[in-house]
Design a protein around this ligand. Structure first.
Ligand code: ZN
Length: 305
């Protein structure tokens, strides 16, 4: 039985209700950072400054919406239009399909990081989750309105109080934003002192708009992005075969399409047959020279206590 004061709140699935209950403790206005109260209504208004967000009940999750991308932004690029369509239609299997078909083999670093927290007790967020839900207890945030997302938001203006999270992950997000420093500063604000972040960024990867793509990072360049944090480790997050393979697939599609974008788009999926070669990164990601042409890096940082 729910609390008497919120009897008008529509029913939620239990895991979503659990996340929302924990979120309610730390929710803050993205504009002025004053605490925000949740009720069963569809409008969430800041009592201090009047800034409003929405609560979407249609998939039973009580998803909060404070901004994010509009659908034109998500579909402006042709390839991304297809990706967004597939993501929306096949939300549940999209992460698995990408895992199998993609030329990039990520090292298994995310789940061990999440398991280093007591997720029943420690609040951890995925900043830019896309269609992933890596654990039912993790708060999922993204600019895109996917069903798995708890808070749709501009990731530079998080609706969370200062110091409210024990941890966070940002997986292949910073390359897609024009001002990564603003994102890093905002993640720093909402982390509690001693809180830890795991961040994956690409190095040797072709252009991939989602809906935008702005930058790549070398190993040393990545360390420079987190001046307000202690750097705990930087590792190869995806190895050199992944770096080479994705570029090779793009190159083959160009070589065999004789200047035709239609042919190029038709050939590209055929080149995915080469993707299992990524398994070579089980070995090569550990080579001492792997960082020279790695597909991407993972950095773990801590907000000083
Ligand atoms: Zn406000």
């Amino acid at each position: 039985m729910m609390n008497d004061t919120v009897t008008d709140a529509p029913a939620m699935e239990p895991t979503a209700a659990g996340r929302q209950a924990r979120l309610a403790q730390v929710l803050a206005c993205p504009a002025c950072h004053a605490p925000l109260q949740l009720d069963g209504g569809e409008i969430v208004a800041c009592a201090a400054c009047g800034h409003t967000g929405k609560r979407l009940w249609k998939n039973g999750s009580g998803q909060l919406k404070f901004g994010g991308f509009d659908s034109e932004e998500l579909t402006a690029d042709a390839l991304n239009r297809i990706k967004e369509h597939v993501k929306k239609r096949f939300n549940k299997v999209y992460p698995t399909a990408i895992k199998v078909l993609s030329p990039v083999m990520d090292r298994n670093l995310i789940m061990p990081f999440l398991r280093s927290f007591n997720l029943e007790h420690d609040l951890v967020a995925d900043f830019g989750c896309g269609t992933h839900r890596r654990d039912q207890r993790v708060i999922c945030m993204d600019g895109g309105t996917y069903p798995n997302v708890d808070i749709v938001t501009d990731l530079r203006r998080l609706p969370l109080a200062e110091g409210s999270l024990a941890g966070g992950i940002s997986i292949a997000v910073l390359e897609h934003v024009p001002d990564p420093a603003a994102h890093i500063a905002e993640m720093h604000r909402v982390l509690r002192p001693g809180g830890r972040m795991l961040v994956f960024v690409p190095f040797m990867q072709p252009f991939h708009a989602s809906p935008y793509d702005f930058q790549r990072y070398t190993e040393v360049g990545l360390r420079e992005q987190f001046p307000q944090f202690e750097v705990l480790s930087v590792k190869v997050g995806a190895g050199p075969t992944s770096g080479m393979l994705w570029t090779l697939q793009e190159w083959l599609a160009m070589l065999l399409s004789f200047g035709s974008m239609r042919l190029y788009r038709a050939i590209l999926p055929l080149t995915w047959i080469l993707s299992p070669l990524k398994l070579l990164d089980l070995l090569l990601a550990h080579h001492p020279a792997a960082a020279v042409t790695a597909s991407g890096f993972v950095i773990e940082v801590r907000k000083p206590a």
